[in-house]
Write a protein that binds this ligand. Sequence first.
Ligand SMILES: C[S@@+](CC[C@H](N)C(=O)[O-])C[C@H]1O[C@@H](n2cnc3c(N)ncnc32)[C@H](O)[C@@H]1O
Length: 165
Amino acid sequence: MIVEQTLELSDRPLSVRAREFIDAGRSRFKSVQVFGFVPSDYELAWRVLDGLPRSTLCEWGSGFGIITGLAEMLGFEACGIEMSADLAVASRCLLKDFGLSASIETGDYLNIDQVADYYYVYCWPGQTIATETRFESIAPKQAKLLICAGQSDIRCKTRELIDLE
Ligand SMILES: C[S@@+](CC[C@H](N)C(=O)[O-])C[C@H]1O[C@@H](n2cnc3c(N)ncnc32)[C@H](O)[C@@H]1O
């Protein structure tokens, strides 16, 4: 059973580098046509990530790798998993162009085990149950799931305390 927790948002503005990174990513969206790709609200994600203790983060369904890259810029050890080979290539390129070293694995996060303190995912509503079930089955006990309920609606979920005892 997982429960929702409140998120503390940072008020720190985007760094110049983060602004340029997001803009560069957005300018490349049309170069890869993947039906399932819808971008997060990266300005909001920056405030969410900046409000968290630095640790490890895995972006499930990493698209252009922008959340992954922002997390690395903020001091997280970050990585992504993306099932579209074209998006995985494009995201590796974007990260490299900004001197970022986060890795992007091509594959299905429902099958690839990746240990992290935070998992970030923006999945289709129909994938929510499978994604939360996956989180419960493979994530470390204290891990948190940052899951978008919409483009600008990032929720934080974790296991219920009773499950952790
Ligand atoms: C709504 S988009 C979000 C992309 C990115 N996280 C962002 O916020 O900009 C969902 C992404 O997840 C990918 N995806 C969907 N199901 C997946 C799965 N089971 N394993 C890996 N990637 C998946 C899609 O190809 C798409 O790039």
